[in-house]
Every structure is written in C-alpha cells, then in structure tokens.
Ligand binder design. Structure first.
Ligand SMILES: [Zn+2]
Ligand SMILES: [Zn+2]
Length: 328
C-alpha cells in the first residue's frame, strides 16, 4: 500500500520486490501494526516524508535473504521485528554518546524509508530484533512501537511511585501493565466523560481514573502524556507534586497554551521522548514476556489499510489495528 501524497488514500499497487543491500535483511512480512504516527504521516502532520512511501513501522516477518556483511545474530528463516528507528550513522555526537535516538542523520521506517504495509521489505540488520516466542505475529506487532517508545517514556519517569497517564490508548495500555507489575500506583486520565475507558483502566488495576479536566486525589510524582493534545501539558503540571516530571510521549502534539510559572516552579520538569534506541528494544523485549504484557488487537487484510487508518482516526478501534499480509 503506497502513499503518493499526504492526505490521500493509500494505493494498492504492485511494486518491485526489494533486494537486500550490504548490511540489510530481506524480510517476508507477516504482520504490521498501525501506529498513530502512521496517521500523522498520512495526514501530512509530519514534514518531508519519502514519497511515494510505503508506511508502517511495527513490522513482523521472517528473513528470506541476508545481505553481505550482516553479523551472525540472524539466519534465514528467523522471525524478526523491524521498528521505527531504521538507520543511524553511528558517528555523530548523539550516536557516540548512547543517544542514537537523536542521531542527526537518522532514518525512520515507514517515514523516510519504506515500511511494512507490504509483502516484503528490506531493513538494516543492526536495528532488527529477535522477538519473544510467547507472542504470535499479530500479538507482538504492537509492541514494536507502542511498546518500545511507550517504554522509553515510562523509563523517563524514574522511580515515580504515583504515575499519571493522560490518554489511555495503545501505548498506555501496554505501559500500564509494566507499571502495575512494578507496583506503581496508576492514575489514568481520559477524555472527559469517557467512562468506558476509565472503567477499563480501573479493571486493569488503576488506583484512580477520571477525565483530563479533573485533578487526581493525590499529587503525582510523574505523568506521561500519550494524547497529542497540547493543553494536557499544563493540566498535567498542575497535578504534579514538587520535583515531578511530565513526559510527552508523542511525536506530534497541538500547541501548548501558556501557563503561570508557578505551575513549573519547585523543580517540576517537562520533557519529551523522541524515537528509541536499540537498548530500549532489548530491555523491553526482555521485560514484556515476563510481565507478561498483553496486547489487544484488531486485524485487517493488507488491502484494507485505509479502512484501518480511518477507523483509527475516528476512534472506532477496540484494539491496535494489525495488518495481516496473507489474510486471503
Ligand atoms: Zn548519529
Ligand atoms: Zn509508532
């Protein structure tokens, strides 16, 4: 499925099967989960995508061919996961200080390089992961971004005991399971009046769930914002105890309104999370099967990618949309 121009439906098209270059794997794709970032790309909210583009960056598949100079971590037939971070130069200041997520020349799967809404893809082997056996191809796909970048956001909250989560979508649902397993107290904020989501957060184990216009019963040590709604930043700040942190977990957010300095004072911090490192992936895929983190999914055949995207956009999905390549 190909994006020719932002704000247009994807086109189902036969494209040439890619060939693995030096350092790359050729992967026959089994599934690819749909991320909110895919919507931002398709809707033209992120600048300068590769065009035409095959979107998708939560890719699960099997290695069909291995390019030259790939280290021995992989063999033909292995199942691999391909995430958002697709390539880095390994030599800029950021890469050399363990911050490859900020690499000046980074390339991103399904954004600046072709991704997984397809039957085959090639990927730089350095950024591919082996996936835990306990998950099947559909279950594991949402872990590759909602899980990984959610996990990076969660780690930025340090050892916060009272943790707030604004926006209880895919990433929040996965990270909440790890937070509860690590005995954090969870406070979940949804759209005002979304009682069904508040109920499901409580059923999962949240200590409190309410609307984003409400104050939690206790001050929070940290809050993660997964919703792309700027006004949630000052709202979350006001819910923090002294020294607390607000982590913005998304790649795109509407503008943040101004707020009094008093809301930030007393060493409160606002930070953001960009992309992921390979280390985030290794840690997350070690911890996820032990919790175990469970995913909720809804599957679609590849050619229904536009349906999956529009149901995501309008909030009609009951779980993470996962495209399945051989559904027919
Ligand atoms: Zn770099
Ligand atoms: Zn993503």
């Amino acid at each position: 499925m190909v994006l020719d121009k932002p704000r247009q439906p994807l086109q189902l098209r036969d494209v040439e099967k890619p060939r693995p270059a030096k350092g790359q794997l050729l992967v026959r794709i089994a599934t690819c989960a749909v991320c909110r970032t895919d919507l931002h790309v398709v809707d033209g909210e992120l600048p300068d995508p590769k065009l035409p583009l095959i979107p998708g960056h939560q890719i699960v598949g099997c290695i069909e061919e291995i390019g030259e100079e790939v280290n021995s971590k992989f063999k033909v037939g292995d199942r691999v996961g391909i995430p958002w971070l697709g390539w880095t130069d390994d030599e800029c200041t950021y890469c050399r200080s363990n911050r490859e997520n900020l690499c000046d020349r980074a390339r991103f799967t399904g954004y600046t390089i072709d991704g997984g809404y397809a039957e085959f893809t090639v990927a730089d082997a350095r950024f591919c992961f082996h996936l835990p056996d306990r998950y099947n191809d559909v279950e594991v796909a949402p872990l590759l971004c909602a899980g990984l970048i959610g996990y990076r956001s969660y780690r930025k909250t340090g050892d916060a005991r009272r943790l707030g989560i604004y926006g209880f979508g895919n990433a929040a649902h996965l990270i909440a399971q790890i937070a509860l397993c690590e005995r954090r107290e969870l406070f979940v904020f949804t759209r005002p009046g979304d009682l069904a989501t508040q109920q499901s957060a409580k059923a999962l184990g949240a200590k409190w769930a309410g609307g984003s216009d409400e104050m939690p019963p206790e001050k929070l040590d940290a809050a993660i914002i997964f919703a792309s709604v700027g006004p949630l930043v000052p709202a979350a700040l006001r819910a923090l105890a002294k020294g607390g942190t607000v982590v913005c977990g998304g790649i795109h957010m509407s503008d943040i309104p101004s707020f009094p300095y008093a809301d930030l004072w007393e060493e409160r911090v606002i930070t953001s999370v960009a992309n992921l490192t390979r280390r985030d992936g290794e840690e997350f895929f070690d911890i996820a099967p032990r919790v175990p983190v469970k995913t909720k999914t809804e599957t679609f055949p590849l050619e229904d990618a536009n349906v999956a995207l529009s149901r995501f956009r309008s909030g009609e999905l009951k779980g993470t949309a996962v495209l399945v390549m051989d559904a027919n």
